[in-house]
Design a protein around this ligand. Structure first.
Ligand code: NAD
Length: 504
């Protein structure tokens, strides 16, 4: 049995263990030409998320990709991955990958002849990282969000225009089959022309709380959850509707986490950090998980970064309750809300159209139960105490379409593979072997920098709306690109012999 990843942001275990996949959502690829050199990748920012790319490059995609260097401000985290790669390759010790400090990024790209840099640094650094990578002659694969500010959007737009280099945005939620199926339903015309969207996302007291322990808790780093987290959701809406945002009004507040809220609710003195405490469901013990310990606790002495700060301490500058009204260019409007302290996790999105309505309901985690030591159990299905919760709020997904004058019908959702609702593994195929695709993607899931700007535009406008108390026009933000412009779909690869097609 594989050990459960105790990182509160790790994908749900049941989604990760699926191995069968439906051909309607998992693309077909040509076999790579064995004489073709592998693409040379480096990873910039070797924290939690980097792990997915490191495993993909050294595992499923090792026939087309090669990991040639690591770059991070923290040598402890680079050493962690160097050891992981060594173990994955069956070596006796670390892989001995070249490791570079951030100031030496350009030297790394030149010395290691890097073709593509995977950018998994904290959000506020993405724009600067992409610009430096491109100026040094490499392409960039960037984790969401593309950037946190209008200035960051302009930096990336200028860099792409100046260098002609590529930015691949990794919007994994698009690849989750339930989200792909909603796009198909809307595109099919089953609900007519969309008129409005109601979108509610709830983060639970494990995953949601975790944003208030880490660098994300400071607005300067993450742009707030309206950018860090909601850019996923706003990208989905842009993509579902094939539209772009025009105007945003936001209302939000920090009403649960943070020192002031805790004091108002009568919470007494609390330790500064979770590690070393017991019996506290709000605390994260880094020592209790091999990965968290290796990546953060054992690496603290290098930079002083604390991954386990108390969610009820001072210094939090992001909100935990957020409500938005967004107008789209086609005339569709959306009501959106995000809550970060819910007892369960998931989302409901309803799309109204001229001929009916589609409703997607997803329960990612129905409840969080506490173990005998008072710690949150990340996989409640593993404990008998969780069964009442499982009955009243079962984990699952349901897409219902109802046309005017007809009964509601449930639309089957095909099976994906891997974490994040079945999206991560399919995304990785598109990142590493896009040029080997045998058919163009009818779902148009691959995303570029314009999609990235379009997704953060709502959060950037929302932040401005929170500052001014007014509705904000996206065109007034000066994002540096025309976000109504659609990218051309990529050409599929020349099919080789049919027997050579693979699904990885
Ligand atoms: N798509 C998803 O589902 C998903 C999930 C998790 C994280 N992410 C994204 O991945 C990115 C990284 O998140 P994380 O959870 O891994 O954070 P993390 O804190 O675990 O890792 C960030 C790493 O960047 C390093 N770093 C800091 N400054 C640097 C610099 N100047 N140059 C190079 N490295 C530097 C840190 O030392 C750390 O190792 C974020 O942008 C986040 O939004 C996406």
């Amino acid at each position: 049995m594989t050990q459960l990843d105790q990182n509160p942001t790790a994908p749900r275990p049941d989604a990760s263990s699926s191995t069968s996949a439906d051909p309607t959502v998992v693309p077909r690829f040509a076999q790579p030409d064995p004489s073709r050199p592998r693409t040379r990748y480096a990873v910039l920012g070797t924290g939690h998320r980097a792990g997915m790319y490191v495993s993909a490059i050294t595992g499923d995609h090792a026939d087309v990709a090669e990991l040639v260097a690591l770059c991070d401000a923290n040598p402890g985290r680079m050493a962690f991955y160097d050891a992981e790669v060594g173990a994955a390759l069956g070596l006796d010790g670390p892989a001995g990958l070249p490791q570079y400090a951030p100031a030496d990024l350009e030297r790394m790209i030149a010395e290691q002849r890097v073709d593509v840099v995977v950018v998994t640094t904290p959000d506020r650094l993405h724009a600067e990282c992409v610009a430096r990578v491109q100026a040094a002659g490499a392409d960039a694969v960037v984790e969401k969000p593309l950037t946190t500010t209008a200035e960051g959007c302009r930096t990336i737009a200028d860099s792409v225009a100046r260098t002609g280099r590529e930015v691949v945005m990794t919007f994994n939620y698009r690849y989750a089959p339930r989200n792909s199926t909603l796009r198909e339903v809307i595109a099919s015309g089953a609900i007519g022309r969309p008129t409005s969207v109601h979108f509610e996302w709830v983060l639970d007291t494990v995953h949601g709380a975790d944003y208030f322990r880490r660098w994300h808790r400071e607005r300067e780093n993450s742009g707030s959850l309206l950018i860090h987290k909601s850019s996923h959701h706003f990208d989905l809406v842009n993509w579902w509707l094939d539209d772009a945002p025009a105007r945003v009004f936001a209302s939000a507040g920090l009403r649960f986490y943070g020192a002031e809220n805790a004091a108002a609710r009568g919470l007494g003195e609390r330790p500064e950090r979770g590690t070393g405490t017991s019996g506290d469901p709000w605390a994260l013990d880094l020592a209790a998980d091999r990965r968290l310990k290796g990546l953060y606790l054992d690496a603290e002495h290098h930079d002083g970064y604390l991954r386990d700060r108390d969610v009820f301490s001072g210094g939090i500058t992001i909100e935990d309750n957020m409500s938005l009204v967004v107008d789209y260019r086609s005339g569709v409007s959306m009501t959106y809300s995000l809550n970060a302290h819910a007892p369960w996790e998931g989302y409901t999105v309803s799309v109204n159209g001229t001929e009916g309505r589609a409703e997607l309901t997803v329960v990612e985690r129905g409840a969080i139960v506490l173990d005998e030591e008072g710690r949150g159990v990340l996989d409640p299905s593993a404990t008998p105490d969780a069964s009442p919760a499982a009955e009243s709020r079962p984990e699952g997904e349901r897409l219902v379409v109802q046309r005017h004058w007809e009964a509601a019908r449930e639309v089957p959702i095909p099976r994906g593979i891997g974490g994040h609702g079945g999206g991560d593994a399919i995304l990785l195929m598109d990142v590493f072997r896009r040029d080997l695709r045998l058919e163009a993607d009818p779902l148009g899931r691959a995303a570029d920098s314009i999609d990235g700007v379009r997704a953060v535009a709502v959060g950037i406008a929302a932040n401005e709306s929170l500052r001014t108390g007014q509705a904000v026009l996206v065109d007034d933000l000066g994002l540096g690109v025309d976000i109504s412009r659609r990218a051309e779909p990529a050409e599929p690869a020349e099919p080789t012999a049919p027997a050579a097609a693979s699904r990885v």
